[in-house]
Design a binder for this molecule. Structure first.
Ligand code: AMP
Ligand code: ZN
Length: 495
């Protein structure tokens, strides 16, 4: 069965045929680096990591571009005021690029903990200002934009007279207009749906660049058109991001590319579904975002213990990327158990030697079918959940060998070899799971809980010598203890 991918644009699964045989160009919208990434963001990046790993497993040469948004992302939809980086920089009395650097480093650290492979190119919006200006000039020259007072707007109504706007989410212009608020007199744009390609900066604005329209900064959507075009060309294979980006960011990206090059950028648009908490989308603005470190340390009121990065990664794999995934303690606990069971079977399998024996055709058939189902399920729009279900059906077979109830020789030697190979290919290479920190992380968190309990007791008894000793000595080995409100304590690694 060939690889089929669900295309948001056509609303159906399509057989994947790359534009250039053997090569795949993939663009994924990356993080906006003005705050820590939360677990919802991580779900999207882990999903695309698995897609990237699977495409490589299929022997494609993949150019994987994932950008860093470090300029031009405004609060709200007014196309004016401060961008998110300048706002944070002002609050913290730092340079905006210090904010960008801090959260880019934090993002990379989290990606590494989750064992995500870095993209092959990671371009930044600030590194591509001239490309964004060039595209804006082209859109203006082609008549799909207008300038007012140093700000350049994309003319959605003019565009939609020639090409359908909103096709990605299958919405008509009238419906879209209904969903937006009226211009309130302060807006200078012609129509409610128009969006800024370039925004005039007030003199006090911290991040601004010279342009043909005066000092300003780019709108958010133009960066992805500029960078995908630069590194992947006018037309490429896959474009991805979270589902929340489809209605505006990606819709505008398509309009910009059409207005520039008379072509839509991607063959297939892929959108990951949201990670939710009690059914509500995890988001920075709602403040219900769990930080990866809160999970790894267990420092969160909703968590009753710490979870290792691999448990969290496994938890995400148990649901296909297009379904919503609800975050809870119980679900994580189940994932922890499931991973342990699977990994123990895998480790046993790796050490196992084949011994000739009496063939059992039925067993052989069963094992072969389940192994082949791995690829079939991945080819069915990267259904990691189904692959894991097949793996879990194989675990009792492996455990029966362990318990001496079945002999390896009851399968053909080729089946046995394939079983070991596919487990390795899938668990390590495609799903990106690894053993190393699984046990250690969990143990460290347990030990920290114990030390925190002892320190709390010491404090209650006013034994400050012991309480300080624990804090200071942990500090020396790079573990920071923080006193929280109400006598609680949290900890983290001094990275
Ligand atoms: P941001 O840093 O907010 O620009 O988001 C980075 C990526 O995370 C984007 O592709 C978003 O669509 C995605 N994202 C944001 N919230 C969630 C969520 N709750 N679940 C899954 N993906 C999300
Ligand atoms: Zn983007």
């Amino acid at each position: 069965m060939p690889l089929e991918i669900y295309n948001t644009l056509t609303r159906k699964k399509e057989i994947f045929t790359p534009l250039v045989p053997g090569y795949v160009g993939m663009y994924v919208c990356g993080p906006t680096v003005y705050s820590d990434v939360h677990l919802g963001n991580c779900r999207t990046f882990i999903s695309f990591d698995i897609i990237y790993r699977y495409l490589r497993y299929l022997q494609y040469k993949v150019r994987y571009v994932r950008n860093i948004t470090d300029a031009g992302h405004l609060e709200g939809d007014r196309d004016e005021g401060d961008d998110k980086f300048s706002k944070k920089a002002r609050l913290e009395q730092l340079e905006p690029m210090e904010i960008v650097q801090r959260y880019t480093l934090g993002f990379h650290e989290v990606m590494q903990l989750f064992n995500n492979v870095p993209p092959t190119i990671e371009p930044t919006a600030t590194g591509h200002i001239s490309e964004q200006i060039l595209l804006t000039e082209k859109i203006l020259a082609n008549g799909y934009a207008y300038e007012i007072n140093g700000t350049v707007y994309f003319d959605v109504e003019k565009y939609s007279r020639e090409k359908p706007y909103g096709i990605l989410t299958n919405r008509k212009l009238e419906d879209l207009l209904e969903g937006t608020r009226d211009l309130d007199g302060q807006d200078e744009k012609k129509s409610r749906l128009d969006f800024a390609l370039w925004i005039k900066a007030k003199p006090e604005h911290l991040m601004q660049w010279p342009s043909p329209w005066g000092m300003g900064f780019p709108g958010w959507h133009i960066e992805c058109s500029a960078m995908s075009n630069k590194y992947l060309g006018k037309r490429f294979d896959l474009h991805g991001g979270g589902m929340d980006l489809a209605a505006t960011h990606h819709t505008n990206e398509i309009a910009q590319n059409e207005a520039c090059f008379n072509e839509s950028p991607a063959q297939i648009w892929m959108h990951t579904n949201m990670l939710t908490v009690n059914g509500t989308r995890m988001s920075k603005s709602l403040g219900n975002g769990f930080l990866p470190h809160e999970l790894f340390t267990g420092n969160h009121p909703m968590l009753n213990k710490a979870y290792s990065p691999m448990t969290v990664r496994f938890f995400m794999l148990q649901t296909q990327y297009r379904s919503t995934l609800d975050f809870s303690n119980e679900a994580l606990q189940a994932s922890e158990k499931g991973l342990k069971r699977l990994w123990e079977a895998y480790q046993f399998l790796q050490k196992l030697q084949y011994e000739k024996g009496e063939a059992d055709a039925e067993l052989n058939e069963k094992v072969l079918k389940l192994i082949n189902d791995f690829d079939t399920s991945m080819n069915d729009d990267f259904n990691t959940a189904k692959v894991l279900a097949s793996m879990f059906e194989l675990v009792p077979v492996i455990n029966s060998i362990k318990d001496g109830l079945i002999k390896t020789g009851e399968m053909l030697e080729s089946t046995f070899i394939l079983l070991g190979k596919k487990f390795k290919d899938y668990l390590e290479d495609i799903f990106g799971l690894k053993n190393s920190d699984e046990i250690n992380d969990g143990k460290l968190a347990e030990v920290m809980h114990l030390l925190i309990d002892i320190r709390k007791e010491a404090k209650t008894k006013k034994d400050f010598a012991t309480s300080d000793k624990i804090r200071n000595q942990l500090n020396e080995i790079g573990i920071l203890l923080k006193d929280e409100k109400g006598g609680e304590m949290s900890w983290g690694l001094d990275v």
